[in-house]
Design a protein around this ligand. Structure first.
Ligand code: F6P
Length: 321
């Protein structure tokens, strides 16, 4: 390989810039060229690409978002879209790819690899932490810290007013953010999309703890069958009119901000491993971290849904909430 195309795609995640930096610096260290593809697959189709230098990645390790920008591309889902993209890659002399993103990004990258045989390595970056084969994805730790800071602040006002707060967090169909945030925030209860029929146990818990503590925090993941935070708030208000209930949806603030130390280090390790993996002849694999070690996982395994929740963590929620 001689020229690596790097892009970010799907929802952004704090630490993507640190990953881009690591890919560019590693490639240049090994005397390879690197081309930055803007706006993910959209830029690949339209030819929005430029050569990257050390200067292009100066002063970005600490910045949230992605300097390459990101998008979700409908056109790339079609065979014609992929063919257009491949023609652009050839035009720019790109002969290998590093895809930074989540399951949608990797689904596209895997199909693209199948169709054209171009080597591609994925770097997992999503606040949802919902990929199989890696313990952590870039952005998850930072998002958790953002959630925690917000819940701590909500707890102050909840306590002053003796209120029950329902805090909705992101995660799409995965309860990973809610699970860890719930433990770390000391929430009274956590609702995860992976656990079905969880209203009755919640009612029992609220019934039980009615006389114990004046304020309560309930962390609800988006993606519940019964609805989001507001819907669950409506149900609780109806069932427990004696609670002074409020709902707070944290939303996209969870995707922004400076990446944490953990995310910057993870992104740097992934970036180096992605380039070295391509140099070793690897393709259609995702770099991941398992028990602190770097691993390579076939892309088709990484995107298998649903990702698994750690049963030990669920037990901790039950024990401590
Ligand atoms: O995948 C990351 C994520 O933030 C999910 O948690 C959330 O469901 C989704 O993206 C929101 O997407 P959008 O930015 O398109 O509203």
């Amino acid at each position: 390989i001689s020229n690596i195309g790097v892009y970010t795609s799907g929802g952004d995640a704090p630490g993507m810039n640190a990953a881009i930096r690591a890919v560019v610096k590693t490639a240049l260290y090994y005397k390879l060229e690197v081309t930055g593809i803007r706006l993910g697959y959209e830029g690949m189709i339209s030819g929005d690409m430029h050569t990257m230098t050390l200067k292009s990645v100066g002063n970005i390790i600490h910045r949230g978002g992605t300097v390459l920008k990101t998008a979700r591309s409908e056109e790339f889902r079609t065979d014609e879209g992929k063919q257009k993209a491949y023609r652009q890659l050839k035009r720019f002399g790109i002969d290998a790819l590093v895809a930074i993103g989540g399951d949608g990004t990797f689904t596209g990258a895997n199909k693209f690899g199948d169709m054209f045989g171009i080597p591609v390595i994925g770097i997992p970056a999503t606040i949802d932490n919902d990929l199989k084969g890696t313990d952590f994805t870039i952005g998850y730790d930072t998002a958790l810290n953002t959630v925690l800071k917000s819940v701590d602040q909500i707890r102050d006002t909840a306590e002053s007013h003796d209120r029950l707060f329902i805090v909705e967090v992101m995660g799409r169909e995965s309860g990973m953010i809610a699970m860890r945030a719930g433990i770390a925030a000391g929430a009274e209860a956590v609702m995860l999309p992976e656990i079905k029929n969880n209203l009755e146990p919640l009612f029992a818990r609220l019934e039980d703890s009615r006389h114990h503590k004046s304020s309560k925090i309930l962390i609800v993941s988006e993606g519940q069958e019964i609805g989001g935070g507001f819907e669950i708030g409506r149900i609780i208000k109806e069932k427990f009119p004696q609670y002074d209930t409020r709902v707070s949806v944290l939303g996209h603030m969870q995707r922004g901000g400076h990446p944490s130390c953990t995310d910057r280090v993870l992104a740097s390790r992934f970036g180096v491993a992605a380039v070295e993996g391509l140099m070793e002849g690897r393709t259609q694999e995702m770099v991941g971290v398992r028990h602190h070690d770097i691993v390579y996982v076939p892309l088709h395994e990484a995107i298998l849904q649903p990702s698994e929740l750690d049963m030990n963590m669920l037990k901790i929620i039950d024990l401590l909430s």
